[in-house]
Design a protein. Structure first.
Length: 140
């Protein structure tokens, strides 16, 4: 599972190809930023700034498209914390998050540290895939 094992740049081309993604220069560069090192949470704007600081020229639209393509390919997990902010998580295992409303940081909460005891039945013709909890916190 991607959320447990990190890749080096040498393995990124194989990973992208295995997921059916075309190897473009910008995809490869953004994959290098996202998937080398520890798991992380990013917004498109954060990734664009990081790319620029590394000398990678890429438009915000390309960053958004790439993040959504990686999500569809199962390489990222999309997390909506509010109506204006979408985060992408390189840890694709099922888990939950704290969202700090001041620092705007997401922190992982292991799945077994959150309990949802009562959940209403899903709409007819659907099934629950997973429950993802985002706990909003504010420093005192």
């Amino acid at each position: 599972m991607w959320g447990v094992m990190r890749r080096t740049n040498d393995h990124l081309d194989d990973l992208l190809t295995a997921r059916g993604l075309r190897l473009t220069r910008q995809r490869r560069q953004l994959a290098g930023l996202l998937f080398t090192g520890n798991d992380r949470h990013v917004t498109a704007e954060m990734l664009k700034r990081e790319a620029a600081s590394q000398g990678i020229r890429v438009s915000l639209a390309t960053v958004y498209n790439t993040l959504h393509n990686f999500t569809r390919a199962g390489l990222l997990r999309r997390i909506n914390v509010d109506s204006v902010r979408t985060w992408f998580d390189t840890n694709t295992t099922v888990h939950h998050h704290f969202f700090n409303t001041r620092s705007l940081e997401l922190t992982d909460i292991p799945q077994d540290h959150v309990s949802v005891d009562v959940l209403t039945a899903p709409p007819e013709g659907t099934t629950i895939d997973q429950v993802a909890v985002v706990v909003r916190v504010t420093p005192r």
